[in-house]
Design a protein around this ligand. Structure first.
Ligand code: NAD
Length: 333
């Protein structure tokens, strides 16, 4: 199914990945954004302010009645609304309510309103730490956090709707995604933007644990393209697929790249206590995505870090102001 001239809903569309997905989908479709703006920002969608193809609705996916109402007439639904991993450490209940129950609400609404395709945006966190690498879609699922567990519940509910009702739903599993509009602030801050904010303020980047942990960092345009390609692939119904760069990088490598890109070679990382439930190793096998819909990531980590840096200094010329919002142990209450 080609996603063109459709009415597409994106939940979490004001967030980091969601807003990048809205930019791409709105080139050829009408897009309805559902977001409660708990971590999402209106400015992420400011380019669509006067557009007739993007409609923004402030709503909570936990509100079942509203989800039944707003999904009427929708043809494709991407569910990205989420409460993040760090929130799950001190507020597991809200994580479950949004990530798992919210997904169930949307599945019920989507089936009732006969939405042609439901795409659940999962995460590599459902695997836990790698037991074998590269990690393909059959890798054991042993999430380490309530976030990972609640996202896995969302996956299982999505698959159950296909198993039980033949409903056309699928799961995409992005690995760690980075790029423009990624959060640096407070509990939402992610490692790459947090490193940049500190380094650009002549502060040491802070690494939790040894820094030998690895991730398969994927530039947001590659994640978004992969998600849309998966959604268009009819054979993906009832299935799940990794969307990643296919490159294993340590957190120490990231610190070095950020320091080098910022031209602050005098700085080196400061090491602090482990973050609870931190995954030690992630490295994706992307061959299923390549085989099923010819997905090939285009942006290497070196290029992506440079692209992010260029975007960041343009968007936030006042880096001192950003530093005020840096919280070091940002999973603590
Ligand atoms: N960022 C990553 O590295 C990464 C990696 C793998 C998977 N994912 C997945 O991608 C999706 C988007 O993540 P992101 O990094 O863009 O996060 P984000 O926090 O930037 O976006 C999440 C959005 O959901 C909204 N939201 C939260 N609760 C809501 C609710 N109850 N009702 C409506 N909207 C609500 C937030 O306001 C925000 O705009 C999530 O499903 C996440 O699990 C992210």
């Amino acid at each position: 199914m080609k996603i063109e001239n459709k009415r597409v809903m994106v939940t979490g569309g004001a967030g980091f990945i969601g807003s990048n997905l809205v930019d791409e989908l709105s080139k050829k479709n009408e897009v309805i954004v559902i977001d409660d703006f708990s971590s999402g920002k209106r400015e992420n969608l400011k380019q669509h302010e006067n557009s007739s193809s993007v409609k923004i609705i402030e709503a909570d996916i936990r509100d079942k009645g509203k989800m039944f109402e707003y999904t009427r007439g929708v043809e494709v639904l991407f569910n990205l609304a989420v409460r993040c991993l760090r929130i799950s450490i001190h507020d597991p209940e809200v994580n479950n309510d949004v990530n798992a129950t919210g997904t169930l609400n949307l599945l019920m609404a989507a089936m009732e309103n006969k939405i042609d395709r439901f795409v659940y945006c999962s995460t590599s966190e459902i695997y836990g730490t790698a037991k074998t690498v590269p990690m393909n879609e059959d890798h054991p699922k042993e999430p380490l956090t309530v976030y990972g567990a609640s996202k896995f519940a969302g996956e299982l509910y999505t698959k159950a709707f296909t198993n039980v009702h033949g409903y056309p739903a699928m799961v995409v599993r992005p690995f760690n995604t980075y790029g423009p509009r990624e959060h640096f602030e407070g509990p939402y801050g992610e490692v790459i933007p947090k490193f940049f904010v500190r380094v650009l303020n002549d502060e040491q980047p802070i690494v939790f644990g040894t820094g030998d942990q690895t991730r398969d960092f994927t530039f947001v345009s590659d994640s978004v393209r992969g998600m849309i390609m998966a959604a268009e692939c009819d054979e993906m119904i009832g299935g799940a697929v990794n969307i990643a760069c296919g490159q294993e990088v340590t957190i120490n490598n990231i610190a070095e790249l950020v320091i080098e890109t910022s031209g602050k070679e005098n700085l080196e990382p400061r090491y602090e206590k482990d973050r609870p439930g931190d995954v030690i190793r992630h490295y994706a096998d992307t061959s299923k995505a390549e085989k099923m819909f010819n997905y090939k990531p285009q942006i290497s980590i070196r290029e992506g870090i440079k692209l992010f840096y260029e975007w960041f200094i343009e968007e936030y010329p006042d880096v001192k102001e950003c530093f005020k919002q840096d919280v070091i142990f940002n999973w603590e209450k």
